[in-house]
Design a protein around this ligand. Structure first.
Ligand code: AMP
Ligand code: MG
Length: 477
């Protein structure tokens, strides 16, 4: 089977990775193959299905692949780790897809690398399928994201809090360049590598920056723009990434690393699911602040490229950093206007949104917005709403502002189906026990999240309080 690899990262950025072959696995079995994505990548789905277990387990890497572990550092929960890197992942190479876009093909859970530290380099089936599902759901929700091409069970047990079946995920991303990739080389004083990475990032992700008077500043502006838009989209969906460390924030503006992420049900800005996020650093409402904090870490790596005068370079960086909050706010307001069916921007929109959010407190985020679209009046939402009086007070102001075709607009902006925590957990538990059917069903429901379909009521509902109150997520794949 022809894979048409073209590996620009390995070719253009020597010194930023270590060659590493995947580990052999005893009994690979294909769990799921994403045929639509295969076609998008110009791969033959039929031939791929035949070879996937061997090829995408890492047992027989595809022709033209040059497996490498990429170096990166990162600020984790605010503290700097100078050496992280691919400890359980390998970049196989890149394919040019149907749209002419260059996409990374990577394995996750493919064995130890020089960056594994104390980890085993492996991944368990539950978290692999969780990442598969979340990425596909986010793509259907029109959020820039890494995707999943396949999941292969390895036939090998991995040791977590107990022995669980191992698996390998094939991840597809615009690239795996992270803020942490820049930090790795900046922290070592390897300024030539930082420049090479910046040039590579411009060529691959932000080519409009190449023609700018100050290309590196233009690169930084472009990363601010894509990341601000991304976080605004997360906020619109009630998505909590859960581990917004700088090694998990991409230069392309795609969501990557679906570890402890989850969708909020009852709205509360302090919502945290991750079992290790004790301080709530990555709580729902903190994500916009962390966006800016992370971008400041990127700025620190790029400052020497902004200007030959250090003082001037810092001044330029600070100007940009001061603009992030406003840039994010504009993206967020655009998202929220669409969600509330406001056709044009007007003075007072921000206040209208803020007041709505206050009135939404305690109500299911997704259903709150969705059911607003066709509600006759605030009274018709009493059964759903936690604070019906607040909603009733807000209503007249919204009526006066919303577009004539607000209902239809809002249904294209507010999904009815999201990966509900309880549904996800049930599907993963079944898959771990060898039953893929609930997972496949959930995936199918989430592939079309904006169109309400009869018979799928159970997928639209939040979990009962007994489940929601104790739901926690975990990091390790
Ligand atoms: P993550 O939490 O997935 O963003 O990973 C943070 C860092 O820990 C990365 O450098 C990973 O490669 C590494 N890591 C996480 N789990 C493992 C594992 N099981 N084996 C080796 N490295 C790991
Ligand atoms: Mg990571």
């Amino acid at each position: 089977m022809d894979w048409h690899f073209d590996n620009s990262y390995v070719r253009d950025l020597p010194g930023t990775y270590v060659a590493q072959a995947p580990a052999r696995v005893p009994a690979p079995k294909l769990l799921i193959l994403n045929e639509d994505l295969a076609r998008e990548l110009r791969l033959d789905p039929v031939a791929l299905r035949e070879s996937a277990a061997e090829v995408l387990s890492g047992n027989r890497p595809p022709p033209g692949a040059e497996p490498v572990a990429q170096a990166y550092a990162g600020h984790q929960f605010g503290g700097f780790s100078p050496q992280l890197g691919d400890g359980r992942a390998l970049l196989l190479g890149e394919l040019i897809d149907r749209h002419g876009q260059r996409r990374d093909i990577a394995l996750k859970g493919s064995g130890p690398t020089p960056f594994s530290r104390r980890g085993d380099g492996l991944a368990a089936i539950g978290p692999v399928l969780r990442e598969y599902l979340m990425g596909e759901a986010m793509a259907a929700l029109r959020v820039p994201t890494s995707r999943a091409l396949a999941a292969v069970a390895t036939g090998r047990q991995v040791l977590r809090d107990r022995a669980v079946p191992g698996a390998v995920l094939t991840r597809v991303a615009a690239s795996h360049l992270r803020i942490g990739t820049f930090e790795f080389f900046a922290a070592r004083g390897q300024s030539d590598q930082v420049r090479a990475l910046a040039d590579y990032a411009i060529a691959r992700h932000h080519p409009q920056a190449a023609g700018a008077e100050n290309r590196y500043l233009a690169l930084f502006d472009a990363v601010i723009a894509v990341q601000a838009r991304l976080v605004a989209q997360w906020m619109g969906l009630g998505f909590i990434h859960g581990v917004m460390n700088t090694d998990n924030m991409t230069i392309s503006g795609e969501t990557i690393d679906y570890g402890p992420c989850a969708f909020m049900e009852g709205y509360s800005p302090g919502t945290v699911f991750s079992s290790i996020d004790h301080q709530g650093r990555y709580a729902y409402g903190n994500q916009p602040l962390i966006l800016g904090w992370n971008l400041a870490r990127l700025a620190e790596t790029l400052v020497p490229l902004f200007d030959t005068s250090e003082a001037r370079a810092i001044e330029l960086a600070n100007e940009r950093l001061a603009g992030i909050a406003g840039c994010y706010r504009a993206e967020w307001l655009a998202v929220m206007r669409a969600k509330l069916g406001l056709a044009e921007a007007a003075e007072g929109d921000a206040a209208l949104v803020e007041e709505f959010l206050a009135a939404l407190t305690g109500t299911d985020w997704t259903l709150g917005f969705r059911r607003l679209a066709r509600a006759e009046g605030p009274d018709s939402l009493r059964g759903l709403w936690a604070e019906p009086e607040a909603l009733a007070r807000w209503w007249p102001g919204w009526l006066a502002r919303r577009a004539p075709d607000a209902a239809a607009r809002m249904e294209t902006a507010n999904p009815i189906y999201i990966p509900r925590n309880q549904r996800v957990e049930e599907a993963l538990a079944a898959a771990e026990a060898g039953q893929m059917a609930p997972f496949l069903r959930l995936l199918e429901v989430l592939a079309d999240p904006y169109v309400e379909r009869p018979g799928l009521e159970a997928w639209a509902l939040p979990a009962p309080q007994e489940f929601a109150g104790q739901f926690r997520t975990f990091c390790g794949t």
